[in-house]
Every structure is written in structure tokens, then in C-alpha cells.
Ligand binder design. Structure first.
Ligand code: B1M
Length: 209
């Protein structure tokens, strides 16, 4: 447990080497993957809160993001679980204008661990790029992530474009990210909202059993 608070502290301070050391210790101590994840996201919430209060700035967000990503690499194998056969295909990306990818990467890892093949389009993905990827890969599910209230609106544009392209009945659409909610998902006509990586994977498995 002390190891987990060291992990939270290292990420909150944006200290990559300490974060990696702490996550390795936590794994060696057999801490549950979910507890490790919770301590890492608590650190990001902390730096986010300090940012809102004007006590931390973009460089701090970047450094904490870098520390979280570095630590996450070590947790990914735990999330991968024991996949047997491919359940289906997912195209995932962070929407246009949005550069946040830590949560999206976590969702990708959980989906991969649940047996989905992942096509990750990265960050700042335009409506056209989402559409081209649907045409090229014919996925079972399209997942979109947004962390900004100013960018979440482009999820609606993607849903509309998928409809106009005549692909809406061929793909399930899931949305998520801190400002997104179930009511927003309903409002834009998505098939579901994942509050976190776990619930996104559970929902995906329900939609593609
Ligand atoms: Co930014 N940022 N950021 N940021 N950043 C937030 C999001 C913010 C809430 C901070 C704050 O004010 N408290 C705020 C947004 C306010 C708002 O719009 N409501 C904010 C801002 C304002 C900004 C900038 C505008 C700052 C500036 O430049 N002045 C700028 C925007 C840049 C851009 O995108 N165009 C900016 C930049 C950045 C960095 C690049 C420096 C960095 C990102 C680094 C990176 O991702 N590689 C960064 C960071 C690190 C954060 C915070 C601190 C942490 C985000 C994070 O990684 N959380 C964040 C504050 C916060 O979230 N507490 C903040 C951990 C991650 C595991 O959680 O991403 O929520 P999350 O993902 C979760 C769920 O949301 C869900 O599952 C995940 C795992 O459980 N989920 C999905 C996510 N996507 C999903 C998709 C799904 C399903 C579930 O599909 C089905």
C-alpha cells in the first residue's frame, strides 16, 4: 500500500523514473492491477485539480502525463489477461482538436485484453479520418475519446457522418472521456458511454458477445 502512495506521489510530481520504479515495486508486491490504475488516475486528478486552481501549469500536466504513460507501459501486460480468440475489431481515436490520449490508451489496452483487435488512430482525429478508417477496416465498434468540453461536440459530427455514409447499422459507436456522460451519448445517438476503461470493455463485450 505504501508503494501505491509512492506511485501516486511520483506521477503527481511528474517524476518519470520514480513512477516507473514505484509501479515495478507495486507489481512485484502483487498489488491488483485495478488498485495500481486507481492510484495512477488519482495522481492525474490531483494535478488536474491544481491546474484548475492555478497552482500547476501546462508543463506540470505534460510531465505528469509522461510519468503516467511510462508507468502504464508496465501495467499493460497485467491488463492484457489471457485472450484466446479475437472477439471483434475496434477502431479508436481521440477526437479532432484534442491531444489527450492517456485514457484512450487505457481503454485500448482493456479492449485488447478483452480479445478485441485494435486499430488506434491516435489523437486529433478528424471526422474524415474516422470515416475512412471505418471504410478500410469494417470494425464492429467505433470508440471515441474526448477530454475537453470544446472537442466532445465533434463526436456528434462523426455520428452524423457515419449515418450519411450509410454505415450506421454496420458499426456500434461508444463514447467516453471525462466531460462525456450517458445523457450526452444518448443525445448524439451513440450506442453507449463508458465511464472508465473497465466499463468501456464490459459494454463492448455486451455489444459484441
Ligand atoms: Co489537459 N485538460 N489540457 N492536458 N488535462 C484536462 C482534461 C482538464 C480537465 C484539466 C483541468 O482543468 N482540471 C482541462 C479540460 C477542461 C474542460 O474542457 N472541461 C484540460 C485543459 C484545459 C487542457 C488545455 C486546454 C490546457 C492549455 O493548453 N491551456 C490543453 C488542451 C490541449 C488539447 O487537447 N488541444 C491540455 C493539454 C494537456 C496535456 C497535453 C499537457 C496533457 C495530456 C497528455 C496526454 O494525454 N498525452 C494534459 C493532461 C495530462 C490533463 C489531465 C491533468 C489528466 C488527463 C488524464 O490523462 N487523466 C486532465 C485533468 C483530469 O482529467 N483530471 C486535463 C487520466 C486518464 C486515465 O483519465 O483521460 O479521463 P481519462 O480517461 C478515463 C475516462 O475518461 C475513460 O476511461 C479512462 C480510463 O478510466 N475514457 C473513455 C476516456 N476515453 C474514453 C473513451 C471511451 C470510453 C471511456 O470510448 C468508449
Amino acid at each position: 500500500m505504501a508503494g501505491l502512495s509512492k506511485l501516486t506521489e511520483a506521477i503527481a510530481k511528474g517524476n518519470l523514473p520514480d513512477a516507473v520504479e514505484a509501479v515495478k515495486t507495486a507489481i512485484a508486491d502483487n498489488e491488483a492491477a485495478q488498485d495500481i490504475m486507481n492510484s495512477m488516475t488519482a495522481a492525474m486528478d490531483d494535478v488536474g485539480r491544481r491546474f484548475e486552481q492555478g497552482k500547476a501549469f501546462v508543463p506540470e500536466l505534460l510531465m505528469s502525463g509522461r510519468a503516467m504513460k511510462g508507468a502504464l507501459e508496465h501495467v499493460k501486460p497485467l491488463l492484457a489477461g489471457s485472450k484466446t480468440s479475437m472477439r471483434g475489431k475496434v477502431v479508436i481515436g481521440t477526437v479532432k482538436g484534442d491531444l489527450h490520449d492517456i485514457g484512450k490508451n487505457l481503454v485500448s489496452s482493456m479492449l485488447e485484453g478483452s480479445g478485441f483487435e485494435i486499430v488506434d488512430l491516435g489523437i486529433d482525429v478528424s471526422t474524415d479520418k474516422f470515416l475512412l478508417a471505418l471504410q478500410e477496416h469494417s470494425p464492429d465498434i467505433l470508440c471515441m475519446s474526448a477530454l475537453l468540453t470544446t472537442t466532445m461536440t465533434s463526436m456528434k459530427d462523426v455520428v452524423e457522418a457515419v449515418k450519411s455514409a450509410g454505415l450506421r447499422d454496420k458499426v456500434k459507436i461508444l463514447v467516453g472521456g471525462a466531460p462525456v456522460s450517458q445523457s450526452f451519448s444518448d443525445q448524439i445517438g451513440a450506442d453507449g458511454y463508458g465511464e472508465n476503461a473497465n466499463s468501456a470493455a464490459t459494454l463492448a463485450k455486451m455489444l459484441v458477445p
